[in-house]
Each structure stands twice: as C-alpha cells, then as structure tokens.
Design a protein around this ligand. Structure first.
Ligand code: SF4
Length: 261
C-alpha cells in the first residue's frame, strides 16, 4: 500500500524512530527476575533509583536543559475526572482524533478508573524542561521534543519495572503522541501551509511506528494531572497562555505515570 506522508514529516519520524530504537541491547548478561505480584519495598526503592537514573540519562542524551525526578506514589492520589477528557472535545483540541492515543480513541475516564483500581503503587515522573520551549510562539517548535523525551522516560521506566518482575506495569504520559513527527516543526509548517497531512497510521489499521513506546496522554484518559501532582507533593503547575512571557513563568512541569503493582 502506498503511504502518503509528506516527505518532511517522514524524515522527522524516521529520525526519531531510528535514534531511539536499538535492535539489540548493549549487553545481554542481565539475569531474568522472578515475577512479582505484591508490593516489595526493596525492589520498588530500586525501581525509583533506576527511574531517577533513566531520567538523568535521557535528559543528558537529549541535551535538554531540564531537571527531573521520579517518586513512588500510591494510586489513591491519582485524580480521575471525566471533565478532563471532555476538555479535549470542548473546546476542540488540535490533537483530537489525530492519533490512537488521544480521544476519542484513547482509554476513557471510566476505563482509566478501572485500570488504576487494579494497582496500588505507581511511579510519578516529573520533568521541568526549559520554559522558553513552552511560551508562545516558540511552543510551536519547542514542545515536540520535550514531550517525546518524557515519552521515552515513561517507556524506559515501564520496561525497567517489567524487568524487575512487575510484568503488568503500564505507563502513561502527559501530552499528545508525537512519535510519528506529529506537531514537529515540519508538521506545524505543513499545517500552516494547509497541506493535506497524514493521520496516525495506527488509526488506519497499520502498525504503530513506535509500538511499545507510544503512550496514551494522561489527560486523554481523564487523569487530572494538575490535581494529581499537587496531591503527590509536587510543585503546583501553572496555566500558560499566549499572553505570558518567558520571564513571568516560574517553571513548566511535565508528568508521566507508570502504574506498577
Ligand atoms: S503510529 Fe504510533 S507513534 Fe505514530 S502517531 Fe500513531 S500511535 Fe503515535
């Protein structure tokens, strides 16, 4: 089947895809862990340590001027509110319907309540990227890399939880799915030029270009990320609008959640 991708997006997508996907791990000497179905303080402490290392490594690798950390939380602190998902629709978000990881295709708030209720412990990821990337109009070109970096952290931490025996670990992140170059600078350029841009291949029944890495947006699944992070003792987020200048915004926070056990 011939795919109709604009060359710029295809190029961007390939760049992301190949840069971050290793065919084989660097070493293959890791002993397998027995599966775990219960809370294990020692293992979860180890997971938090490794998560913090991953966050530092990804920030270093992506050359992002950012800081970040992971903490263990209990899932009763995850706030799910149907209004959050409705905010994707009213008013309509630019990302609505664009990928399989956003509404109306992503898990609903009801689905998410059911999923979260099966877990008691999770890792909350917090990243503070450069403020300038989130101020209008530079957000149009800056946010893409930051959200994709967060996506990478979530997928690595979820994989690590699995390696440690928590085989039902499941990760979500803030922001839309950008794995195929959606909302990359090239894509935004195409939008401005009113080009007929591609949709998420997974919506057409094709294989996800970032399978095992692409994650639903937390907010798309009805998670009130702002309320959740406050409950978890993180700094309260700011609402950033086009009227705000870089100087006026104290920090920008992005978050991911990996449900563990
Ligand atoms: S194919 Fe996968 S990575 Fe690409 S937009 Fe769709 S869900 Fe995201």
């Amino acid at each position: 089947m011939q795919r109709k991708y604009i060359p710029e997006v295809d190029k961007e997508w390939s760049k992301i895809s190949f840069k971050w996907r290793r065919v084989l791990p660097k070493t293959r000497d890791r002993p397998p862990s027995p599966i775990k179905m219960e809370y294990d303080e020692e293992i979860l402490d180890e997971l938090v340590n490794r998560s913090n290392n991953f966050i530092d490594d990804v920030i270093k690798e992506s050359k992002l001027e950012a800081t970040g950390h992971a903490k263990l939380i209990t899932t009763d602190k995850i706030v799910i509110d149907p209004r959050v998902r409705w905010k994707c629709r009213i008013p309509l978000c630019f990302g609505y319907g664009m990928t399989i990881n956003c509404p109306p295709h992503s898990p609903t708030a009801e689905d998410m309540k059911e999923i979260v209720s099966c877990y008691k412990h999770a890792i909350l990821i917090t990243v503070y990227p450069p403020i300038k990337n989130h101020i209008f109009p530079s957000i149009l070109t800056g946010v893409h890399g930051d959200v994709d970096t967060l996506n990478k952290m979530v997928s690595l931490i979820e994989a690590e939880a699995t390696y440690l025996g928590y085989y039902l670990a499941m990760g979500f992140k803030g922001g839309p799915c950008l794995g195929c170059g959606f909302l990359s600078p090239e894509y935004i350029k195409g939008l401005m030029e009113q080009k007929n841009l591609p949709v998420c291949p997974a919506l057409k029944g094709e294989m996800c270009r970032q399978y095992l890495r692409a994650r639903p947006a937390l907010e798309a699944c009805g998670v009130d990320v702002f309320a959740t992070v406050i409950k978890c003792g993180e700094k309260p987020p700011y609402i950033i609008n086009p009227e705000h200048s870089e100087k006026g915004v104290p920090y920008v926070g992005w978050h991911g959640i990996v449900l563990v056990v």
